[in-house]
Ligand binder design. Structure first.
Ligand SMILES: [Zn+2]
Length: 365
């Protein structure tokens, strides 16, 4: 993300803060100073810094849980609205999705309970008094953490609770139906929140709009998945493509780029087995810094997944939505490349389905 400053690195994940977050801190310090002098400014700023440290720990809850399933998160960015972890992909099975989604709120729950235990008091009444200036800094932090845990468990996207609900539904109904139902529940909840907001807190209306948009996005995803139903990878894949040899240099990769309309080039070894993928951007970035004699394979991405032609294409949809996975290669039983599955190819299947819902995609793969 632009305008972000790296503040540290923990176990392979870079922690960044966005410049607007620093502006938020400055504004809070300034307005507290105006109200209660330097002591109040220090107290308020310290509270926000500690609170956002807890938000970072929440994100690390998700990150560490995802890492157990082999999903890395190269960065986590702190914004005024919260933390955003960049995961390479979503967990593919519901049980993993459930664990990853719950890990974040669980961190806040543990922090909150530990703070309450350290303070030696747990009065339910305290929860309503987060604005009380007489409450200790740690007391307010404890309450805020419990609030974060509960707020994030609201069962609507983009809150963690939405993912929890999706995972639980997917265990019984399968992915697409779960997405649709979870999205509907999220939208219904957004209406409820907005309605409450009309009579009370205007902040609720803001949250409701945010939740509604996220739920609508999920519903759209599910409609797209519906359009891909019954089509296999072999039927949707691109079969006319130019591979780049593992021995090719950058100028040969540029030649391939110019000669074709392709944006993704599989890099293959002498036996036609794919070893990596070069995108148009990868080639351009390499050319910007290096001469044409450099080996093209040095710039390829090697973490590309291969799929078999018989795989249902809808199961690959979410994976291809990730901006980092440009394409997947399709391989036969011997591991040789037979096709390329790209976002473009999926979009074309959806367009044909929109034009002719009963179209049969039974071409010879
Ligand atoms: Zn979370």
């Amino acid at each position: 993300m632009l305008w972000s400053i790296t503040i540290g690195r923990f176990g392979g994940t870079e922690v960044k803060i966005h410049i607007t977050f620093i502006l938020l801190l400055a504004w809070i310090a300034f307005s507290a100073w105006a109200r209660g002098g330097p002591a109040a400014a220090l107290d308020s700023t310290l509270f926000i810094v500690l609170l956002f440290a807890c938000v970072v720990l929440h994100e690390f809850g998700h990150i560490l849980a995802a890492r157990r399933y082999g999903i890395n998160s190269p960065t986590v960015t702190l914004l005024p609205i919260g933390g955003v972890a960049s995961m390479q992909r979503l967990p593919s099975n519901p049980a993993q999705e459930l664990v990853v989604a719950l890990a974040g709120p669980a961190v806040n729950l543990v922090i909150g309970l530990l703070l309450f235990a350290a303070l030696g008091s747990l009065h339910p009444g305290d929860l309503a008094q987060i604005d009380d200036p007489n409450l200790s800094l740690m007391g307010r932090l404890a309450i805020a953490n419990i609030f974060l845990a509960v707020f994030n468990l609201i069962p609507a996207f983009p809150m963690d609770g939405g993912r929890v609900l999706h995972a639980l539904l997917a265990m019984r109904l399968g992915g697409p139906a779960a997405t649709e139902i979870a999205a509907r529940i999220g939208q219904g909840l957004a209406f409820g929140l907005g309605f409450l907001g009309l009579f009370g807190n205007p902040l609720l209306i803001f949250i409701a709009i945010f939740v509604y948009i996220a739920a609508a996005g999920e519903a759209q995803m599910s409609a797209a998945q519906q359009a891909l139903k019954g089509v296999t990878v072999g039927e949707a894949m691109e079969t006319r493509f130019t591979p780049v040899s593992i021995e090719a240099n950058l100028s040969q990769a540029v030649d391939a780029l110019l000669a074709t309309a392709q944006h993704e080039f599989p890099v293959v070894d002498a036996f036609g087995k794919p070893v990596g993928l070069l995108t148009r951007e990868d080639i351009l970035n390499a050319v910007r810094k290096h001469g044409g004699d450099e080996p093209a394979a040095a710039f390829m991405r090697s973490d590309v997944q291969s799929v078999r032609p018989a795989t249902p294409v809808e199961s690959m949809f979410e994976r291809l939505q990730d901006p980092r996975s440009a394409a997947l290669y399709v391989t036969d039983a011997d591991g040789g490349i037979v096709g390329l599955l790209t976002r473009q190819a999926l979009a074309e299947v959806m367009m044909i389905r929109a034009a002719r819902p009963d179209w049969r995609f039974d071409r010879k793969a």
